[in-house]
Design a protein around this ligand. Structure first.
Ligand SMILES: [Zn+2]
Ligand SMILES: [Zn+2]
Ligand SMILES: [Zn+2]
Length: 275
């Protein structure tokens, strides 16, 4: 299985659009891995997770063949993870030829509701031939192409069911956990004893402590320890931190040095991980 991180920032990007803080100015100077766009990942070159406003840029920068994509998982409706207006561009007159496969977009009722509203407002009568919103429930595995996916509750928004996702294929299992704080109890119960090959954890607060809504590194480390304790991980499980805010004020080199010492990879835009 392969995951490629296309965007690894929190909602404002890093450097943030309108920010002159020390972290953003440093990122502008350093470039490279210190430039982080909004959250999106690609699994096995065919399953996309989240649809931020930077999707167009990601497709150009990392040669993602968007017309061939048939499945997109959405974690929640925050705009750095879900920008449904770009999905309308799947239909003519915005796309022709190679773009005819129906695109399945999976998410909570909040996600599918927002998508259906956007489709209606598009005024394109045949839009439903191009995009299929698929409402998914927590704990119920479903097929997204040849991947088996299970949504689980995240700890993120009070007024919406936000999901983290288990993605399985070829005997491998990934947990994609963005955006979330320390998982809700029922999520811990569901995954207990389920071994993961790779675990991607929220690290919005970078090296600072934060339990609810998002995590920082001390909390991601706490989750890792619990995975090892609960039989969800072993010495071969790859742990990744991802989704960073400029307010953490650390360079990629500083974050990754700290994380590596604790057995974590630090995601950067374009990073691929095979497991
Ligand atoms: Zn986010
Ligand atoms: Zn900043
Ligand atoms: Zn969010």
């Amino acid at each position: 299985m392969k995951i490629q991180y296309l965007g690894t920032a929190a909602s404002e990007g890093w450097p943030a659009l309108f920010c002159r803080c020390e972290a953003c100015e440093k990122a502008r100077k350093l470039g490279g891995r210190d430039i982080r766009t909004r959250s999106q990942s690609l699994v096995d070159d065919r399953l996309i997770i989240d649809m931020p406003p930077d999707t167009f840029y990601h497709a150009l920068k990392f040669s993602v063949d968007l017309p061939s994509i048939q499945d997109i998982l959405i974690t929640h409706t925050h705009e750095d993870h879900f920008y449904p207006l770009d999905l309308i561009l799947k239909a003519p007159p915005y796309a022709h030829g190679g773009s005819v496969q129906n695109l399945h977009v999976y998410g909570s009722a909040a996600v599918t509701g927002m998508l259906k509203e956007t489709m209606k407002l598009s005024g394109i009568p045949e839009i439903e031939d191009y995009i299929t919103p698929v409402e998914v429930e927590a704990y119920k595995p479903f097929k997204a192409g040849d991947h088996t996916v299970t949504a689980l509750p995240a700890d993120h928004m009070k007024n919406e069911n936000c999901y983290i996702y288990i993605v399985e294929n070829d005997g491998k299992r990934l947990l994609y956990a963005h955006d979330t704080g320390i998982f809700p109890r029922e999520t811990w119960v569901y995954i207990r004893g389920m071994r993961f090959d790779a675990v991607s954890l929220d690290c919005t607060f970078v090296l600072d402590y934060n339990e609810r809504g998002h995590m920082g590194f001390p909390n991601a480390l706490e989750v890792k320890r619990r995975f090892l304790h609960d039989g969800c991980a072993d010495g071969n499980t790859r742990f990744v931190i991802n989704h960073f805010s400029h307010n953490g004020n650390k360079t990629h080199a500083e974050i990754s040095a700290h994380a590596a010492g604790n057995g974590f990879l630090t995601a950067y835009d374009g990073m691929s991980l095979m497991f």
